[in-house]
Ligand binder design. Structure first.
Ligand code: GLC
Length: 486
């Protein structure tokens, strides 16, 4: 029997992308559908994506087809939802519109209540969509707090539609700290009171993410290690005791990488293409950067890079402070990112302190990012927490060796280098301290100075298969295993 999956997301490439969720939602459903199309018909997965028809999507000029309209119940009567359809190379995508969505507001607003009305309406509309489309939903997969309300509503309300009567639910967890606080009024306005279940701490009983986590049949974190970490006080955000009660429903599946977009063999942006077999061409990319940024050229000096959104999660401050401990070591660094002004300023200050070593570029520059992955020797990823992470996979694929915090998906995707390298692909450190970062970086630099060993580390990383097909297979296995009694 074909398995019907409705995949709910606040963002998805190429329609709209704000963060990592946009990458995942723009790639995983396609990979699942394409992979399942190679199976016998009885094993097909008819996965369909639903996202809000945000102002940003309209601005981009997408012209989906209007299919019709239905109403979503609220305390003030029906709120209309318009259903648009877009065929994304064989993947059905539904864009839902309606008054709470059709505003010239950003994808995520700074006003929690505004987001509340938008995403509570959207989540409930996703449930109405099943009937509208006459689509029997076997699995409803929500992502993060924005769509977790769909699970809460499905499990706590009388659902009149036979299309949802046997639906199993999955909540994918990309970022636990964002729980959707401040949207309680939107929930109650749409007839969803706080939960009375005492297994949830009281403060969590009116936020969409905990409510979804309470009721989801399965919880999938975006890496196995993150799935374990959220059971501890350090990463559980106060929900660890509750999450421990849900342990048997919890698993982790690592995200994939778009191998066409990120391929040093075909990358059109970088100065010199290269592969695992001809790494000797790679230094041309480094030279290109050193020249452009006016840094001295010396092949014994490793070029470090950091490409990131600058916020507390990413631990940029740990690396920036850590580098100060290394003032007598040989290194140069190019830092690229934007975000929190305090962290941006720290990056600028580091360049001022080490003008011969550091360049800090405050901003977002996709092309430069490609060139940095291709030309730098070491990639710094000091995240305080990292549910999965993408940059470490890109950097390894480009022969740029990661020095990363041992957290979340970084643990699942980076194999630590041992004394003889073995299968090592990078360097991991445990404590989020600048001094520990510095010690690990010193070790990485020592390896860099032994070109034979360094090449082996690069080769190891470049060989890893980070394809989405790997993840898609795991999702399909999970869907079938857990929907077997449908
Ligand atoms: C969030 C997480 C990141 C993860 C991404 C996609 O942005 O912070 O670690 O890779 O979601 O799942």
């Amino acid at each position: 029997m074909t398995l019907n999956v409705l995949f709910l997301t606040a963002e998805a490439e190429p329609f709209v992308k704000v963060g990592g969720l946009g990458d995942v939602a723009g790639a995983l459903p396609d990979a699942i559908r394409n992979l399942s199309n190679t199976f016998p018909k009885s094993k097909n997965v008819d996965i369909r994506v639903v996202l809000p028809f945000h102002f940003a999507v309209k601005q981009k000029g997408f012209k989906p087809k209007l299919l019709g309209e239905f109403g979503v119940n609220s305390s003030e009567g029906l709120v209309n939802c318009q259903v648009y359809y877009y065929d994304k190379e064989g993947l059905p995508v539904y864009l839902l519109d309606g008054d709470p969505i059709d505003e010239k507001s950003p994808v995520y607003s700074l006003e929690p209540i505004h987001d509340g009305y938008k995403f509570v309406f959207f989540s409930l509309a996703c449930l109405g969509l099943a009937k509208f489309l006459d689509f029997r939903v076997d699995i409803l997969q929500a992502n993060d707090w924005h769509t977790a309300t769909a699970i809460y509503a499905l499990k706590t309300r009388e659902i009149p539609s036979p299309h949802l009567s046997k639906t199993k639910t999955i909540l994918s967890l990309h970022n636990l700290p964002f729980m959707g606080f401040g949207v309680q009024k939107a929930l109650t306005d749409y007839g969803l009171p706080p939960s009375e279940n005492t297994v949830l701490p009281e403060w969590a009983r009116h936020a969409p993410l905990p409510l979804g986590l309470l009721h989801a049949d399965r919880i999938i974190a975006v890496s196995p290690h993150y799935a374990e970490e959220i059971l501890t006080p350090e990463f559980g955000c106060g929900l660890e005791d509750f999450l421990n009660t849900r342990k048997s429903a919890l698993q982790g599946i690592v995200n994939g990488l778009d191998l066409d977009l990120w391929d040093p063999v075909t990358d059109k942006v970088i100065a010199q293409n290269f592969s695992n077999d001809d790494l000797s061409k790679r230094p041309i990319n480094k030279l290109d950067l050193l020249q452009e940024f006016n840094l001295s050229q010396d092949e014994n000096i490793p070029l470090l890079t950091l490409i990131s959104r600058m916020d507390a999660q990413k631990g940029i401050d740990i690396a920036l402070k850590g580098l100060k401990y290394l003032k007598d070591s040989p290194w140069q660094a190019i830092i690229l990112g934007t975000g929190n002004p305090t962290i941006e300023q720290m990056a600028v200050d580091l360049e001022n302190e080490f003008p011969e070593k550091v360049r800090s570029i405050i901003g977002f520059d996709g092309k430069l990012a490609h060139r940095l992955y291709a030309g730098a020797d070491i990639f710094m990823m000091p995240s305080r927490y990292e549910p999965c992470g993408l940059s470490q996979m890109i950097s390894m694929r480009y022969g740029c060796v990661p020095v990363a915090r041992a957290t979340g998906g970084l643990v699942d995707t980076i194999t630590p280098v041992t004394r003889k390298v073995d299968g090592g692909t990078g360097f991991l450190f445990d404590k989020p301290y600048p001094s520990v970062f510095a010690t690990t970086m010193r070790r990485a630099i020592r390896f860099y100075q032994k070109p034979g060993l360094w090449k082996k580390i690069q080769n190891n990383g470049m060989k890893i298969d980070f394809s989405w097909e790997n993840s898609a297979q795991k999702y399909i296995d999970t869907y079938y295993r857990f929907a077997n009694n449908i």
